[in-house]
Design a protein around this ligand. Structure first.
Ligand code: NOJ
Length: 542
């Protein structure tokens, strides 16, 4: 059995900074234009220097990559585009040497249509035990030509696809991602085995994809939004599944983070009961606009919903599915919403960057753990992908109205003066085009610039590691003028974020630890700027 995670106490995850690696776009080790594990291994020093506690890898398993790897053909094999299982094992061990844990991504709701189980189900035909692992049904209508029910898709477009023998199968995402039948014991057994497979290889945790979607109404009855109870989101059966998973994880000292998008705080918190998942992503914070009242309410609601179950909050500003932070914060509407994504939304990147810098200090000072998406530390904007290069199925399934998620998945710039901004060593062009000016964001250039986003993140993460008061624990709001968020943490840390246009005086303090931008000539905190102070109690308006 693998040893418990090396971060000293078993509670490392309650305060951790976890960096999300999208392997296809992180760094290309072999020069073919696709990121890979060799690229990640070569860049581990960047991650150690940044000062993160763990890496969450989006799926690296064998996959046709129809949905960026969330269509898994075999959980026990690394996709050759990314490397080999032996390389993944080396990467896990090398990261661990640097004090960095590895979190893998498990996608239990569905598999790829190339997965052995689905191939066997197709071959075996209607009524076979192989088909029972999925949701196969005859169609409706005189000739079975209509789908079995009216369930909505998670990706727009149909949720059922008909196969040659006339049966239909359910897929909440693309047709290449058939949903598994979680009422079947073999499905449960297989996933517990997969968890063990990766825990045995020393991973520190597992991110659970679409964690609230697995269980389905067994009747597969029709659904009308607003009329019927939801047939597949947040079904009660899920808790039993996660209690079993938790028992497996506890054998290894490993932790879970669930992808649980639920508007109901009480329902959300159920997943975080002490014998279920350790943590879940905080999507309310990710979607929250850059507005002081909304942010404060979201922070308070987050802390209130976690408190009764004793779970730490997580704080997330972006990930591989959503608009990059500097672009979102530079728009007129600074909230994130899948429903309003559109081509050509104007943005002011300088303003968005200023706010993203302030948001970084806010986020890193809040109680709990923080997720950082690759490229966030470089302040990368969302890229406009030329129409003929878009790959994301979300774009195609929307009928072309949704730009899709490729704009936040563009291969990272590492070296300003190298071809393709140093993404890889060879001539291979990156799998998604890098926009003009990408080299200006290169890590090597930013490392040498004291005013860069990378320098800000490095300093912030170092302080967060070495100063008392960060991470898990209480937060106390301080009185502050309109538009200003100010709070203290135990040990005398104060964070002040000015979201108003006018500068404000800093509260009494001993030391300015870090600012997201320069103070003005009178030592006041300008708008869209944040500061970390030691001690202090009030924020005064000028
Ligand atoms: C959530 C993942 O983050 C997203 O990228 C994926 O498309 C869906 N789940 C389906 O697996």
């Amino acid at each position: 059995m693998a040893a418990p995670h090396p971060h000293g106490t078993g509670d490392w995850w309650r305060s951790a900074v976890i960096y999300q690696v999208y392997p296809r776009s992180f760094a290309d080790g072999d020069g073919d234009g696709t990121g890979d594990l060799a690229g990640v291994r070569a860049r581990l020093p960047h991650l150690a220097e940044l000062g993160v506690d763990a890496l969450w890898f989006t799926p690296w398993y064998l996959s046709p990559l129809v949905d960026g790897g969330y269509d898994v053909a075999d959980y026990r094999t690394v996709d050759p585009a990314f490397g080999t299982l032996a390389e993944a094992e080396k990467l896990i061990a090398e990261a661990r040497e640097l004090g960095i844990g590895v979190i893998v991504d498990i996608v239990p709701n569905h598999v790829s249509d190339r997965h052995a189980w689905f191939r066997a189900a197709l071959a075996a035909g209607p009524g076979s035990p192989e088909r029972e692992l999925f949701h196969f049904r005859p169609g409706r209508g005189e000739h079975g030509e209509l789908p079995p029910n009216t369930w909505p898709s998670q990706f727009s477009g149909p949720t059922w696809t008909r196969v040659e023998d006339g049966e239909w199968y359910l897929h909440l995402f693309t047709p290449e991602q058939p949903d598994l039948n979680w009422a079947h014991p073999a499905v449960r057994q297989e996933h517990e085995d997969v968890l063990r497979f990766w825990f045995e290889r020393g991973v520190a945790g597992v991110r659970i994809d679409s964690a609230a979607l697995l269980a389905k109404d067994p009747a597969l009855a029709d659904f009308t939004e607003g009329v019927d109870p939801h047939p597949y989101i947040d079904q009660d059966e899920l808790h039993d599944i996660y209690r079993s998973w938790r028992a497996v994880a506890d054998e290894y000292g490993a932790v879970f983070v669930g992808e649980v998008w639920l508007p109901d705080a009480e329902r959300f918190a159920r997943y975080l009961r002490p014998d279920e998942l350790h943590t879940a992503f905080n999507f309310a914070f990710l979607a929250c606009p850059w507005e002081p009242g909304r942010l404060r309410r979201t922070i308070d609601a987050t802390l209130a919903e976690h408190a009764p179950v004793g779970a730490p909050a997580t704080w997330v500003l972006c990930n591989h599915d959503v608009t990059r932070t500097v672009t979102r914060y530079g728009r007129a509407d600074t909230a994130f919403d899948f429903a309003t994504k559109a081509f050509g939304t104007p943005t002011d990147i300088a303003l968005g960057t200023r706010r993203a810098r302030a948001a970084a200090l806010l986020t890193l000072a809040l109680p709990g753990s923080v997720y950082l998406y690759q490229g966030e530390e470089l302040g990368l904007p969302e890229a406009d992908i030329p129409l003929d290069r878009i790959q994301d199925p979300m774009h195609f399934r929307s009928g072309g109205t949704d730009p899709g998620r490729d704009g936040c998945r563009v291969p990272l710039p590492w070296t300003a003066d190298a071809p393709h901004a140093g993404f890889g060593p060879g001539p291979g062009a990156p799998w998604l085009p890098q926009p003009d000016g990408w080299a200006a964001y290169a890590a090597d250039r930013q490392a040498a610039d004291p005013g860069s986003m990378l320098t800000l993140y490095r300093r912030a993460l170092r302080l967060r590691r070495t100063t008392r008061g960060f991470g898990d624990g209480p937060l106390t709001w301080l009185p502050a003028p309109d538009g200003v968020l100010a709070f203290t943490r135990p040990g005398g840390l104060t964070c002040v974020v000015n979201l108003a246009p006018e500068p404000v005086r800093l509260p009494a303090h001993d030391t300015v630890l870090l600012t997201s931008g320069p103070l003005d000539e009178d030592g006041r905190l300008p708008g869209d700027t944040a500061v970390w102070l030691r001690s202090g109690s009030r924020v005064e308006e000028d």
